[in-house]
Design a protein around this ligand. Structure first.
Ligand code: UD1
Length: 426
C-alpha cells in the first residue's frame, strides 16, 4: 500500500493552485439525474471520491465522459447524460465505499418517482445517520420503506407534491437531498434551518442554471417551486475551501508563506479569521489569498459549527498547527463525535494534547518529531501530513487512500512550494 514520506523542517513558500471542491462535486454530479440532457461540470477535481461517484452514476445508466480539455492546468470536465436510467438502486458495494452516494436518493426520486439506496452504515468519524434526509423527503410527500439494509423512497403518484420541513439539526447532506428532490415536485417546498454552506449555494446555482426555481439561496430558508422539467447546463465547480484552508495551515505550521491561487475569500472567513487570530497575515490578492507566518503561532479557542461557523473539516489541520503554538489552545468539536482520531498519532510525534469527549486542550510544544503514523479519515490524514512538514526528521503517513479521496496531487502541490515529500509504494 502506498504511503506519503516527508522530510520535515522546511519553510514553505510559493503558490498552490486550489482545485475544484470535493464536497461541491459530490452534490453537483447527481444533479445529472434530474434531466435527460447533458450536464457538463468543469473544474472537477481528480479525486477517488469523484471517480467513485461517476462509477455509481454509470451503474444507474448515466453515461460519463471525462475530458481534460480545460488545459494543461490539470482542470478537467465531465459530461454526464442520464437520458436512459437503467436502475434506480444504489447498491451496498458502492455506497459502503462512499457515504455521499446517499445523494442520489433525492434526485432519483424526483426524476423516476422512486429510488432505493443502501444504508451507508457506520463511519470512522461517528454514527452519521440519514434520518433527516428521510424525514425531509417524507415531508415532501415521499413514502419511505426500510428493508434488508436498503431505504426505498417513492412518490405515490409518480411525482412528489412538495412540502415544508424544518431541520432539527443543520445537515449539509440532508439539505442537498431535499433541494434536489424539490426542484421537480408538482408544488412548493420550503426548507427551514437549511444548511447554507458555500457548496449548497453552488448546488442551488447549478440547479437554477438548469431551470429550477429556488429563492433564499445562501440563507437557511429555501423556497423551491417545482418545475415540469430541467435542462442541461455547463457549470464550473467552486474552489475547495477546505483544501485551501489545509494549505494555509501548511504555511502556518512551517513558518512559511503560501498564495492559495483561486481560493475565494468570501467562502472562507471563519478560516481566515482563525488564521489571523493565530498570528498569520492573510491578504486577499488578485489571484486568491496569501497566508504568511510572522513569528510564533498564537493559541486559539475554536468551536466547530455549521457554516458560517468554523468548519469541522478544518479542525484536525488547525489542531496540528496549534500543537506548535505558544500556549494552550481549546478546541470543541460540535458536529461529529469521535473526530479526534488523529490525536494519538499527533502525540506520537510529540504533540501534547488532552481530550475529553468533544473537547480538546492543545498545550503548545517547541517542536514535533517525525514518526510512522496513520489516520482513519481524510482530514485527520491531512493533519498528520502537516505535522510531518514541520517535524524534525522523517514522517511516513500510511493509508494514503484517505488523502486521495480529497486532496488532488498533494505531493506535487507541496513539493512545488519547497516541501520534501514523495509517494512511496509499499
Ligand atoms: C458534509 C460533508 C463533510 C462535512 C459535513 C459537515 C460532504 C460530502 N460531506 O457531510 O465533509 O464534515 O458536511 O460540514 O459534503 N445528521 C443526523 N441525521 C442526518 C444527517 C446528519 O443526525 O440525517 C447529523 C450528523 O451525524 C452530524 C450533523 O448532523 O452530527 C451534520 O452532518 P451533515 O451536515 O449531514 O454532514 P454530511 O452531509 O454527512
Amino acid at each position: 500500500m502506498d504511503s506519503i514520506w516527508i522530510k520535515g523542517g522546511t519553510r514553505l513558500e510559493g503558490r498552490i493552485p486550489i482545485s475544484g471542491a470535493k464536497n461541491a462535486a459530490l452534490t453537483l454530479i447527481p444533479c445529472a439525474l434530474l434531466t435527460d440532457e447533458e450536464l457538463t461540470l468543469g473544474n472537477l477535481p481528480r479525486l477517488a471520491d469523484v471517480d467513485s461517484f461517476a462509477h455509481l452514476m454509470n451503474e444507474l445508466g448515466v453515461t460519463t465522459k471525462v475530458s481534460g480539455k480545460r488545459g494543461a492546468d490539470h482542470k478537467r470536465a465531465m459530461t454526464l447524460k442520464a437520458d436512459h436510467i437503467e436502475s434506480t438502486v444504489a447498491p451496498y458495494e458502492l455506497v459502503r465505499k462512499m457515504r455521499a452516494s446517499i445523494l442520489v436518493l433525492g434526485p432519483m426520486l424526483a426524476r423516476m418517482g422512486e429510488s432505493t439506496v443502501s444504508l451507508p452504515g457506520g463511519c470512522a468519524i461517528g454514527d452519521r445517520p440519514i434520518d433527516l434526509h428521510l424525514r425531509a423527503l417524507e415531508a415532501m410527500g415521499a413514502e419511505i420503506e426500510l428493508a434488508a439494509g436498503y431505504v426505498k423512497a417513492s412518490a405515490p403518484k409518480g411525482r412528489l407534491p412538495g412540502g415544508d420541513y424544518s431541520f432539527p439539526v443543520v445537515s449539509v447532506g440532508a439539505t442537498e437531498n431535499a433541494v434536489m428532490a424539490a426542484v421537480l415536485a408538482t408544488g412548493r417546498t420550503q426548507l427551514f434551518n437549511a444548511a447554507r454552506e458555500p457548496e449548497i449555494v453552488d448546488l442551488c446555482n447549478l440547479l437554477v442554471a438548469m431551470g429550477a426555481r429556488i429563492e433564499g439561496i445562501g440563507t437557511s430558508h429555501l423556497v423551491i417551486d417545482g418545475v415540469e422539467g430541467l435542462h442541461g447546463a455547463d457549470y464550473e465547480v467552486m474552489p475547495d475551501r477546505i483544501e485551501a484552508g489545509s494549505y494555509a495551515c501548511a504555511a502556518g505550521i512551517t513558518g512559511g508563506s503560501i498564495e492559495l491561487v483561486g481560493a475565494r475569500p468570501g467562502d472562507m472567513l471563519a478560516i481566515t479569521n482563525a488564521l489571523a487570530a493565530a498570528g498569520l497575515v492573510t491578504e486577499f490578492t488578485d489571484d486568491g489569498i496569501k497566508v504568511s507566518a510572522t513569528g510564533k503561532l498564537k493559541p486559539l479557542a475554536i468551536s466547530t459549527a455549521p457554516y458560517p461557523g468554523f468548519p469541522t473539516d478544518m479542525q484536525a489541520q488547525f489542531m496540528s498547527m496549534l500543537a506548535l503554538a505558544e500556549g494552550e489552545s481549546y478546541l470543541e468539536e460540535t458536529i461529529f463525535e469521535n473526530r479526534y482520531m488523529h490525536v494519538p498519532e499527533l502525540r506520537r510525534m510529540g504533540a501534547n494534547i488532552d481530550t475529553r469527549g468533544r473537547s480538546a486542550i492543545v498545550h503548545g510544544v517547541e517542536g514535533l518529531t517525525g514518526a510512522q503514523v496513520m489516520a482513519t479519515d481524510l482530514r485527520a490524514s491531512m493533519s498528520l501530513v502537516l505535522a510531518g512538514l514541520a517535524a524534525e526528521g522523517e514522517t511516513e503517513v500510511l493509508r494514503v487512500y484517505h488523502l486521495d479521496r480529497g486532496y488532488e496531487r498533494l505531493e506535487e502541490k507541496l513539493s512545488a512550494v519547497g516541501a520534501t515529500i514523495e509517494r512511496r509504494g509499499g
